[in-house]
Ligand binder design. Structure first.
Ligand code: NAD
Length: 293
């Protein structure tokens, strides 16, 4: 069994990006600039955004953090998005989800200029991805594809089972794995909460992508010997032995499943760091003016 070490891989990719930024600086080019909008004080969102800003600093990007109280109105947020859309300086930006209940997430996602949508959530990017056209791939699936590619994991002709059909992870992941492209060409089953016999579906998988949000949901008895296991879940479970009073676990029961897997991602240190790296790669793509149209 080999650990898919997202922490190490993301550091390697960030070092490559940092080299590229150095060259841009030497040539007097424009430094890539990522902005993040954070509303309210959800602790998980704060920690994700902090890590995104830290990663920008590490690679030499400019970054801007726009923090607003959760009393912000939808109109005010849309105005901020408009300013970011039209800024010559900002190459890409994200609005950290979830948003307060009085703000319509769909409206916010649609307001972002697809050319600056480095999270890859806008339907224009989603549609272009589905048709195999140039686009920003959604950050988490892009990170998983990077991981699969760099570890040399074969996907062609394999049976991949994706558990969870969210717009940001499960559904795009199922599209990417089935595309006629590198790290694609798999036969994909997309499963969800209404799937009849989930254990039977998962047990047929050569590759399992778990994006459910339920701690340790995928157990060893569900998994085929030698399967590749990608655990997207980030769940907090109480742990009084930790200073914070909790620890992070994935959707996969790591201890038992790792004994059967050929490759497996840990949580933390697996998919999470790769998501941040994808954001940087998408921002670099934007600053190079490589995006479509
Ligand atoms: P979500 O919360 O929007 O949806 C969960 C999905 O799981 C749904 O499609 C649902 O049908 C499915 N599901 C729920 N219960 C199920 C069951 N009993 N059997 C089968 N399917 C079931 O999903 P999301 O936003 O993709 O998040 C999933 C997990 O991934 C969460 O833990 C989240 O924190 C984590 N996440 C991690 C990253 C990262 O960078 N590592 C990024 C995004 C999300």
């Amino acid at each position: 069994m080999e650990i898919l070490n997202g922490k190490k891989l993301s550091q390697d990719i960030k070092a490559e990006i940092a080299e590229e930024v150095k060259l841009i600086k030497q040539k007097g080019g424009k430094i890539p600039h990522l902005a993040a909008v954070l509303i309210g004080n959800n602790p998980a969102s704060e920690s994700y955004v902090r890590s995104k800003v830290r990663s920008c600093d590490f690679v030499g990007f400019e970054s801007t953090l726009i923090r607003k109280d959760d009393s912000i109105t939808e109109e005010e947020l849309l105005e901020i998005i408009h300013e970011l859309n039209t800024s010559d300086d900002v190459d890409g930006f994200i609005v950290q989800l979830p948003l307060p209940k009085h703000i319509d997430e769909v409206k916010v996602t649609l307001a972002i200029d697809p050319k600056k949508d480095v999270d890859g959530f806008h339907p224009v990017n989603f549609g272009r991805m589905a048709q195999g056209l140039d686009c920003y791939l959604p950050a988490t699936p892009f990170g998983i594809i990077q991981m699969i590619e760099r570890y040399g994991i074969e996907t062609s002709g394999k049976h991949a089972v994706v558990v969870g059909r969210s717009n940001i992870v499960g559904t795009p992941m199922s599209i990417l794995l089935s595309r006629k492209a590198k790290s694609g060409n798999a036969t994909v089953t997309l499963t969800h909460s209404r799937t009849k016999d989930l254990a039977a579906e998962v047990s047929r998988a050569d590759i399992v992508i778990a994006a459910i949000g339920i701690p340790n949901f995928i157990s060893a008895d569900m998994v085929k010997e030698g399967a590749v296991i990608i655990d997207v879940g980030i769940n907090r479970v109480e742990d009084e032995s930790r200073k914070k009073g909790y620890r992070l676990v994935g959707d996969v029961d790591f201890d038992s499943v790792s004994e059967k897997a050929s490759y497996i991602t840990p949580v933390p240190g697996g998919v999470g760091p790769m998501t941040v790296t994808s954001l940087l790669m998408n921002t670099l793509k934007s600053s190079r003016k490589e995006i479509y149209g």
